[in-house]
Design a protein around this ligand. Structure first.
Ligand SMILES: [Zn+2]
Length: 83
């Protein structure tokens, strides 16, 4: 008997933002909305499925991880918040 009823997480959650968030493949993917912030744990889930860490490291939906890109991102998204 299967007891785990948690639904599978889609590779790319449906974006309801306007304008739509960049996809996880886009060069500006880090600009996607934060849909689940966990500042106490140092990471946030972006609308396009990326997990963004507070040092700007990334975990992509397909499992790839990218090293911190603080230098490239420092000027573009100074204020992140849930919503
Ligand atoms: Zn979105």
């Amino acid at each position: 008997m299967i007891t785990d009823s948690k639904p599978e997480t889609p590779a790319r959650p449906l974006c309801r933002h306007t304008p739509p968030c960049p996809t996880s493949e886009a060069s500006d993917r880090d600009a996607a909305h934060v849909i689940s912030a966990h500042p106490e744990q140092g990471w946030s889930l972006l609308c396009n499925g990326i997990v963004l860490f507070e040092d700007f490291g990334e975990l992509l939906p397909d499992g790839q991880s990218n090293a911190a890109r603080r230098g490239a991102l420092a000027g573009c998204s100074p204020h992140r918040r849930a919503g």
